[in-house]
Design a protein around this ligand. Sequence first.
Ligand code: MF3
Ligand code: CO
Length: 290
Amino acid sequence: MKKWQRNAPCWCGSGKKYKLCHEAFDERILSYEKKGHVVPDRGLIKSAADIEGIKKSAVINIAVLDEIGEKIHAGMNTQEIDDIVATTTAKMGGIPADLNYEGYPKNVCTSINDQVCHGIPSKDVILRDGDIINVDCSTILNGYYSDSSRMYMIGDVDPEWRRLVEVTKEAMEEGIKAVRPWRFMGDMGDAVHQHALKNGYSVVKEIGGHGCGLEFHEDPFVSYVSKPGEEMLMVPGMVFTIEPMINMGSDAIFIDEDNGWTVYTDDGLPSAQWEVEVLVTDDGCEILSY
Ligand code: MF3
Ligand code: CO
């Protein structure tokens, strides 16, 4: 971490002198770094203006998922979900972040049953009674990113599958409860993991969450198979997603070779995912998008 002049305006943009603003904060981070912990650099600490910007972006992100919740039904194809994302986002002045992201061809990800994530909307994919689907929506407004996803259950869902969806949501909520400043990302990841294991499920290792806000995917990589006291130190001002993918069977996955995107469970059993974007605050955590 670069030294800052004590009487110079603080790096955070508050306009206050550094010694009266983030000096003690930086020293606290440094003390963890000296003990060998991974610590965030200043680029990951959001200013008050950044947080306002992300919250405005999230208003759209949330509205899109609400809208899908009202319209989703058996017989509908997933291109229609993509259309809702495009129209609702545009109407509210935003931009869907997925479109053209590393060549991704659609506005949103729609992952059904044994699709773990990155399902691509298509008019040929029709929702059937009993399906479980994750809709993962990411939004840009004035350069600020919001990212969240929800599960939707179509009609009459098998109780075992319903339980997977509910337990996955609980696991994410356990993760949220473990978000506290001056604790570790691994505390959060382990809270998610333990809840999944307790219920007989497995957690996908290779894909995880991410810092988010000024860019779509920022540091750190957010794992849900991490250990308490490990991974990056959480400090006030960090923004990241909690988005575990939880499998009913084994954690083994593969990527669709034809489209290069869609991830499936190896054993064909269902997978569920919920995603929330959170801010680390002075005394815990604030949900920005859900
Ligand atoms: N929304 C996903 C996430 O939660 C990323 C999707 S990238 C895409 O991080 F290109 F597939 F859209
Ligand atoms: Co995400």
